[in-house]
Design a protein around this ligand. Structure first.
Ligand code: SAM
Length: 443
């Protein structure tokens, strides 16, 4: 970023006022409290960030409305509810939407106990077999026969909940919680490497998958304990709405006539994370719920994610950064540099970056037309490099936001020292993992 950078160490709580251009080294041990630790998700931000923004801008008020337009695994929404506010999350990713729903929905704990007891008893029954079959043709590459049989049994049992117990919203919420609990063990019981962002089976580092049933039951206990804590703590009258859609278009139609009091988000990075590829093995087992159960179906959705590198050739065949410019000279020069460097990919990378900023501009314009003046919009974003060309993404997003009726009021960065979150933010082309917090206000 610009000017002199000042490094400050802090433990857990971010001070309300952070000086411009400070980089905080945050030491935190509390990133998985309540429902935060339910499911892995790439590029989660630490709860301390939305907690800071909510505390700073909503203070002791209650019942306000907090929006996260790229809500991922729902960190902002969980923090919003814990602080006593109503929440709305938008994300294009259907698995994200389901994770967020489960992480933010209190359930009836005694009914959850009854259903969990039934599932555990059914699993134990001699000769009980699952009927669910993943549609993926090479499932044996990804899972052992033992894991396939046991996952099939668990998924089948979860599917039987509506007929075994009555159809009700309460049972439906519990069924979703069990599906996310089921999903949360899938990578660990698969043959695929547990930690990598991309899902792959390593032949050099052969993995011993964990035993499916005991892991599921252990995880179920963890879910029960955490959702119980969350359900007791969160006011049941608060509302949560999760919209599975793009934040770059039609926000007015999607959100309706409401007043948003605060926006906190971390949008995607350029070319860094393939969210669908990351969730591939999970989608083999629950993707049928969103029509994403095979790799072909999964791949077809990738082009709609902001920052994606999966763009059909026809989209960039005609593109040149010398004709299509963004009107920010430093950014246009970078795009031209990438274009020159990336001949071997048919200049695809320049187009990926161009499209990223174009999509983010659409998002800013949409949101600006929606928010009331003086509403704060806190954006967390990391810099990156494209074809070896460093991109000061944060600076460019400031320029773009400012020409869409937002004004930057502060900018500071942070590094996380104790990373408890799997799939952290390293996968961004060799750039140091600093996230910038851009604090905008709607003009
Ligand atoms: C950096 S992640 C957000 C992580 C989140 N802060 C958390 O703590 O889990 C960015 C999210 O943007 C979503 N996304 C990508 N393109 C989108 C679009 N066009 N509209 C809405 N969400 C999108 C991705 O699916 C991903 O979940």
């Amino acid at each position: 970023m610009i000017g002199n950078i000042n490094h400050v160490n802090i433990r857990e709580t971010i001070p309300v006022d952070v000086e411009r251009n400070t980089i905080l080294n945050i030491f935190t041990n509390s990133v998985t409290n309540y429902t935060h630790g339910f499911h892995k998700y790439p590029a989660k931000f630490i709860p301390n960030i939305p907690r800071w923004a909510i505390d700073k801008y909503l203070g002791t008020k209650k019942g306000k409305l907090v929006l996260d337009p790229f809500c991922g695994s729902g960190t902002t929404l969980v923090e919003g509810l814990l602080a006593g506010h109503n929440v709305i999350g938008i994300d294009i990713d259907p698995l994200s939407a389901m994770i967020v729903k489960v992480k933010t929905t209190p359930v009836d704990i005694s009914q959850l106990e009854i259903i969990c007891h039934w599932i555990a008893a059914e699993i134990e029954k001699q000769g009980r077999e699952g009927t669910f079959k993943p549609a993926c043709t090479n499932i044996n590459h990804w899972f052992t026969a033992d894991a396939i049989n046991k996952l099939s049994l668990i998924r089948t049992l979860i599917g039987e909940i509506p007929e075994r117990f009555e159809h009700s919203r309460q049972n439906n919420d519990i069924s979703d919680l069990l599906l996310i609990c089921f999903s949360s063990i899938i990578r660990r019981v698969s043959n695929a490497d547990n930690e990598s962002q991309k899902t792959y089976v390593s032949h050099t580092k052969v993995k011993e998958p964990e035993e499916t049933i005991s892991l599921f039951l252990e995880q179920l206990n963890f879910f029960k304990e955490r959702i119980a804590e969350f359900s007791v703590r969160v006011d049941p009258k608060l509302s949560r709405q999760i919209i599975c859609s793009s934040s770059a278009e039609g926000l007015k139609t999607k959100l309706g006539e409401i007043i948003i009091d605060l926006v906190v988000t971390s949008p995607p990075y350029i070319k860094a994370i393939d969210y669908i590829y990351n969730q591939m093995v999970e989608l083999f087992w629950i993707g049928d719920l969103f029509d994403m159960q095979t790799q072909t179906k999964q791949n077809a959705k990738k082009e709609y994610y902001i920052g994606t590198k999966h763009l059909p050739k026809r989209k960039y065949a005609e593109y040149t950064p010398f004709r299509a410019t963004l009107g920010i000279s430093k950014l246009d020069e970078k795009l031209q540099e990438v274009y020159e460097k990336d001949r071997k990919n048919g200049h695809k990378h320049a187009y990926i970056a161009f499209k990223y900023f174009t999509d983010m501009e659409k998002h800013f314009a949409e949101l600006a037309s929606y928010l009331d003046p003086n509403t704060h919009y806190v954006v967390v974003v990391g810099d990156c490099s494209v074809s070896g060309v460093p991109f000061e993404t944060a600076e460019f997003l400031i320029d773009i936001a400012e020409r869409n009726d937002f004004r930057i009021t502060n900018e500071w960065g942070y590094q996380i020292k104790n990373r408890y979150m799997r799939f952290d933010r390293k996968g961004r082309g060799g750039i140091i993992a600093i996230d910038w917090v851009l604090d905008f206000i709607k003009e």
